[in-house]
Design a binder for this molecule. Sequence first.
Ligand SMILES: NC(=O)c1ccc[n+]([C@@H]2O[C@H](COP(=O)([O-])OP(=O)(O)OC[C@H]3O[C@@H](n4cnc5c(N)ncnc54)[C@H](OP(=O)(O)O)[C@@H]3O)[C@@H](O)[C@H]2O)c1
Length: 328
Amino acid sequence: MNKAIKWGVIGCGNIAQKFVKDLQYVNNSQLYAIASTNKERREFFSDIYNPKKVYKTYESLVQDENVDIVYVATTHNFHYKNTLLCLEANKPVLCEKPICINAKELKHLIGAAKKRKVFLMEALWTRFLPAVKHLITEIENGIIGKPKLIKADFGIMKPPTKGSRFYEKKLGAGALLDLGVYTINFSNFIFGKSPISVSGFAKLTTQNVDEYSAYNLKYESGQIAQLLSSVSFKTPHTAKIYGEKGEIVVHDFYHPKRYTVFFFNGKKITIDKPFPGFGYQYEAVEAQECLLKQKTESTIFSLNDSLKVLTIMDTLRKEWGITYPNDL
Ligand SMILES: NC(=O)c1ccc[n+]([C@@H]2O[C@H](COP(=O)([O-])OP(=O)(O)OC[C@H]3O[C@@H](n4cnc5c(N)ncnc54)[C@H](OP(=O)(O)O)[C@@H]3O)[C@@H](O)[C@H]2O)c1
């Protein structure tokens, strides 16, 4: 048996708890250290999840020589700064989505990771889920012929309370960065490349971030994605892929356990790929495998894949007039 990989967690909020719970499904993994700037969160988290080390500062966690990899789980606006801190201490990083606010930040991080030959990956868990891996392979194998058009929606309803990361510009608020990261990635997964043209509309909040937005991507050989994201109303979270031979419906497309193919000849098949927990274990497994193989990035979901999506989001934000303090 391999030695357990010791995880350090930076930021002890909502997602950090779910991720840490799913580590139970990852062989040879250990929650070793946590760091939170907030006393209550630190105590709450350490009481429940019982890490060996509890740090008040992120700086002390990255200086701990026993930490093998850091999971960065702070709000979007801090990802660049926190990830850079880790990389400069030669710590491999799995960083929550969106890995950065803009492409410029990510280019710096990629440079820092490559310079030190340290692993870095965006925690785009969807790409590693069994149903999504299976779906991508089936599409490549031509199950519906050439995929022509995708529709995907990701709307959630969050109240516009003061300080909410969904509405607070300085925390990287807005639907596109938080949820568009899934719709755009999903479209790129299915079409296997980056679009050649992007455009859309957004309803902006008083802080000038997108409360909801709808955008279209056009790919080289005429393929089209019609996508939407929202933080102020719920949508079904369904992706539909239309191809030459049929339609594929993926419910909860950002964490599906099954998908259904409706062939135009009337035949129908459902592929079931259940998993325990929330599904965050698969991205952790990929990160651990990369570490064991001394890879500095994933070949399944590369840094260039992340960069392509941030570049699309930069273009849309420019069209909509949305800027963040991190853009300066
Ligand atoms: N993969 C997924 O399914 C998924 C789901 C939800 C969220 N996420 C991503 O995970 C990240 C965190 O989301 P979350 O919902 O977990 O956020 P959260 O609970 O609101 O905050 C996470 C952590 O960020 C730091 N933080 C939050 N607000 C801050 C502020 N005003 N000033 C300074 N630090 C602050 C805190 O770190 P300390 O504990 O150190 O104080 C907090 O524990 C986001 O980037 C989000 O996109 C991913």
